[in-house]
Ligand binder design. Sequence first.
Ligand code: PMP
Length: 300
Amino acid sequence: MATERIAYVNGEMVPESEARISINDVGFLYGDAVFDTTRTFNGEIFRLTEHLDRFFRSLKYMRIDPGMTKQEMADVTMKVLEHNLTLRGENEDYWVSQRVSRGTRTPDGLSGPTVVMECFPLPFKQRAPLYRDGMQMVTPSIRRTPPEAQSPRAKVHNYVNIVQADLEVKAQNPDGIALMLDVNGNLCEGMGANIFIVRDGEIYTPREQFILAGISRSVAIELAHELAIPMHETDLDLFDAYTADEIFVTSTSYCIVPVASVNGTKPTHTGIPAPVTRRLMDAYAGLVDCDFEGQYLAHL
Ligand code: PMP
């Protein structure tokens, strides 16, 4: 019986405590690496193909050759997950990630790439209050990295821009969660999550150009279509947030979480969740066959 999670590191399955990456790895030195993360629901992986498609787009953007095909990555991902499923706690699930750095520096140049696949338990306890109280979102002065500097559409290991945003928000409100604006002042994205607002029964979300287009964002868009709720991808700013009827965010791990306030201003519907958000959360739970909200709340 396994007692420790295992990870895949450069061709080998190793216990996490024995997994090693060089201090000369450029993922560590420069954030020069790419990743993607899906999650399990009741131990079953969600939309691996879509996540790997995005992963390979991020790799291509960063001009990193992982030295493996998408199918090979999928197979190893499933093997890593299978090994670790015996360690999944009751009512728990995993983040499941693929990570590739450009390699390890040597005096003769780079040897590489470094390829890692791993599972990590979702932070249910830490996040459970968000499903009861909603997120308190705060806009930091730090703006999301613009495409002119580094495309936010690629999921790269360098999260310092988002970390800075979070540090600034947490210094003002320890329960606050960053809602970043882009350099044009439009709503951009939360800390690893996409933002949606509801007004007059219709849903609005920022366009893809300035954000990481979440897989759960595309699920929310799909579900809105199925529920015949009009959905618009468009520029939004703080006026839209302050006057919204409802606000919610999506991410792979959150699925959908209601937002209680933006810079202290509450949406018109103060219910957590508000009615349109409720419909989407229920549809999401149906699609993934998991009461994700109940799963989080059970850890309160
Ligand atoms: N934006 C950023 C910056 C992210 O890192 C993520 C992933 N955590 C998201 C949005 C949401 O993407 P997904 O729905 O694929 O998790």
